[in-house]
Design a protein. Structure first.
Length: 311
């Protein structure tokens, strides 16, 4: 099989590309490299922005993929706040470009990677796919809109597109800069002897899933998911952020700094969110990697990265 992965130089996209290569498929990564890294060997690569419809169409027609996995997006709380227009253009217009390009060449399946953020901030947990979107900030609104376009293209034109809504994914290759995500930022700070910063009081609840489980779920949906449907990918292990911080402090040998700083709650920060994967269980998928096991693997990765830095 020939696979195109937009955003394939990103965190989850890189893992997805590696898995397809490992099972003997051919992979073409399309990425504008605004945040991506070339960590995957064996895949073809083209530096293309999904907002460039001409270049996107040319690459798709030349490669003739069987499957398109669409992961390219602007994400990360800090980046979205700083660049709301780019977030909207990439996540909505870029998604339309990818769908149109895939439709023109008649691909067999398209995976649209959305987000659990579309459920917004409410106390109805676990989140079910049947819940109406409750988006109230740029990122979740853009992903909700992209989902709506995909569903419309399926209903009106028969586009073979299926959507996944991952919850909080973590693991090796994840961004540990200020634009990154809480687990890798906590690990990096602990390894460097810096305090951990929690926005709010730390009682926020999140549902974390190791990246290998996420990739397994994505591939399962590509193979068995129903066109036009959306599926949660949930780790089903909700934990308070403060408890997560304490857990990582216990797992990483003591350094000179074990402080936790509390900063003001960020605007639009969701208080409690975790998901149900009952719909995915119907396809034969459930998360296999425990939070502790996934954290050990992630800590080891960041330790190795730290050891490779000069000086």
């Amino acid at each position: 099989m020939k696979i195109v992965i937009t955003g394939g130089a990103g965190f989850i996209g890189s893992h997805l590309a590696l898995r397809y290569l490992q099972q003997g498929d051919q992979v073409l990564i399309l990425d504008n490299m605004s945040t991506g890294k070339r960590v995957v060997k064996g895949a073809e690569f083209a530096q293309i922005d999904i907002l460039d419809q001409v270049s996107l169409d040319r690459a798709m027609k030349a490669y003739q993929p069987d499957i398109v996995c669409h992961l390219a997006a602007t994400l990360g709380v800090k980046r979205v706040i700083e660049q709301p227009l780019m977030t909207w253009e990439t996540n909505v217009i870029g998604t339309l470009n990818v769908m149109n390009s895939a439709r023109e060449i008649g691909v067999k399946k398209i995976l649209n990677v959305s987000t659990s953020s579309i459920y917004g901030d409410n106390d109805r947990n676990p989140k079910l796919e049947s819940f109406a979107p409750n988006s109230d900030e740029v990122y979740s609104i853009s992903k909700t809109s992209a989902e709506a376009y995909c569903r419309s293209l399926f209903e009106e034109l028969g586009l073979p597109v299926v959507t996944v809504r991952p919850f909080n994914v973590y693991g090796p290759f994840q961004d540990a800069t200020p634009y990154g995500f809480v687990i890798c930022i906590f690990i990096r700070n602990l390894l460097e002897g810096k305090p951990l910063t929690i926005f709010g009081d730390g009682t926020q609840i999140r549902d974390f899933m190791f990246v290998d489980d996420c990739v397994n779920g994505m591939m399962k949906v590509v193979n068995s998911g129903v066109d036009g449907e959306a599926y949660n990918l949930s780790g089903q292990r909700p934990i308070q952020i403060l408890d997560l911080a304490h857990k990582l402090q216990e797992m990483i040998p003591p350094t000179k700094c074990r402080e936790i700083d509390f900063a003001p709650k960020r605007p639009k920060d969701i208080y409690r969110r975790w998901g149900s994967s009952k719909k995915m269980e119907g396809l034969g998928w459930s998360p296999k990697i425990s939070l502790d096991s996934g954290l050990v693997k992630t800590i080891e990765y960041f330790k190795q990265q730290s050891d490779r830095r000069p000086g």
